[in-house]
Design a protein around this ligand. Structure first.
Ligand code: 4AD
Length: 430
């Protein structure tokens, strides 16, 4: 039983319980004490019915002759004491016959009513965040973070952090946020990768969970200006091991959420069985993908193309071996085909790309040549080039957009619904 005792006077027999404890049938016929918010209020003759919500669920309160019950407005916070009864007609199958009710915070007229536009709900995100829809997604998000940490704990990785202010681009200049940094200029990080590549020489197998920033000029349903980036970097890991590792992680997150978020998935109209993934994931080279789409070499796949490919296959797809010039400067060239790199995007149904991954260039000369080819200034990458001079090793890593994975897990149609307070080209408030 979960109970929160906030003051000393809450004796053991007067602790607040959670609604889910009642719905589990543990308190039938017993007196309980609850606190929460009025989700719905309805008056019927001399009875006031309040649907009370807390973090764990909703339950119907029947208030007969209770002072203050008819004063309760939607979203008022209240404390109640009452008797639990089974009642098939009530939502969840239980009702509380209220004996005492205390209004803690009387709510003014709540601005959110049914059928309001997405845009309005984003304007009042500070209030919409308490909705059952948002709460369900945020619980799934929390479990996704939990699953990631658990996955690495079981594999002896270290969680490490890198700076948010950086001096050079990791993922190309067009999405860099420039900031004034004392009397110089700096950028908000796009990725921890360059720092991670330095840290593997001591810690070997590492990961992070941190915000990344992208000045995306596009308004799509899967781009944020600030998103949570889960990244992994491992010494001695080659391209094939990297893809297997990613697959294992995605299956682990999906299984964990299917197991721990049954109620939330149901609330969102999803079946936990939808998260069962077939392995191994399909692998498709860029060459095969463009042939399928009827396009020529050099064609940049759009969001729509990715969606089409995944739909056709009906599950996750690794898109691999992209033309070198289409990907980042740090990706290792395929020794078997110099036109392509050992890079892969993982595409998920309904979302598209959720992970960008590659084996890295570990050779000093190859890196120098790559910087030249991408017209990047050698001086900006001085310390990064150093890493190839002192005991370089083959290594690989990836970046996973947590919100995109939560989109897939929860079925949310827009990435903005998967983060508490989204930041996009058009939105920095609330
Ligand atoms: O493919 P990206 O740009 O790769 C990197 O940043 C590498 N340095 C990562 C690494 O190898 N350590 O980004 C990785 C993932 C994408 O697959 C996508 O899921 C997510 O980050 N992502 C975004 N998510 C939301 N909004 C955006 N604007 C995003 N840009 C990338």
């Amino acid at each position: 039983m979960s109970s929160i005792s906030t003051t000393k006077k809450d004796s053991a027999t007067h602790q607040f319980i959670q609604i889910s404890d009642i719905l589990d049938g543990k308190f039938t016929g017993k007196e309980v004490k609850l606190h929460g918010w009025a989700y719905r209020v309805r008056e019927q003759k001399d009875l006031v019915f309040i649907i009370l919500r807390d973090v764990s669920g909703v339950i119907q309160l029947a208030c007969k002759g209770i002072k203050d019950a008819s004063a309760v407005t939607i979203e008022s916070s209240i404390e109640i004491e009452g008797l639990v009864k089974e009642d098939k007609r009530a939502p969840g199958g239980y009702e509380i016959s209220v004996q005492k009710l205390k209004i803690i915070g009387l709510a003014e007229r709540f601005p959110i009513v049914k059928d309001q536009s997405e845009e309005f709900l984003r304007d009042v995100r500070h209030l919409w965040i308490r909705s059952r829809y948002m709460t369900s997604i945020l619980k799934i998000r929390s479990e996704a973070f939990q699953a990631i940490r658990q996955f690495y704990k079981e594999r002896d990785f270290y969680e490490v952090q890198s700076p948010s202010f950086t001096a050079a681009a990791c993922e190309g200049g067009s999405t860099l946020f420039e900031v004034k940094y004392f009397d110089k200029k700096a950028y908000l990080t796009q990725s921890w990768q360059l720092y991670a590549e330095a840290m593997i020489f001591g810690l070997e197998r590492i990961y992070c969970l941190a915000p990344s920033f992208r000045a995306e000029k596009s308004r799509t349903r899967r781009h944020l200006a600030e998103y949570w980036h889960h990244e992994m970097e491992a010494a001695w890991m080659d391209f094939d091991e990297l893809l297997k590792f990613e697959e294992e992680l995605i299956v682990y997150i999906a299984d964990h959420v299917a197991e721990t978020c049954k109620k939330e998935l149901k609330e969102l109209g999803k079946d936990p069985a939808d998260l069962k993934l077939k392995t191994p994931f399909v692998r498709m080279t860029y060459k095969e993908a463009i042939a399928k789409l009827g396009k020529k070499w050099g064609y940049d796949l759009t969001d729509e193309d990715e969606k089409k490919l995944v739909e056709e296959i009906g599950g996750p797809v690794f898109l691999t071996h992209f033309p070198r010039e289409m990907k980042a400067f740090y990706m290792k060239v395929d020794p078997k085909d110099k036109k392509v790199v050992l890079g892969a995007d993982l595409l998920m149904p309904g979302v598209g790309e959720v992970i960008g991954a590659s084996e890295r260039i570990s050779d000093s000369k190859e890196l120098e040549e790559s910087l030249k080819m991408f017209k990047l200034c050698k001086e900006d990458y001085g310390w990064y080039m150093d890493l190839r001079k002192y005991g370089s090793v083959p290594h690989s890593g990836f970046g996973l957009g947590v919100e995109r994975v939560v989109m897939w897990l929860s079925g949310a149609k827009h990435i903005m619904d998967t983060i508490p307070f989204p930041r996009t080209m058009d939105r920095v408030t609330p």
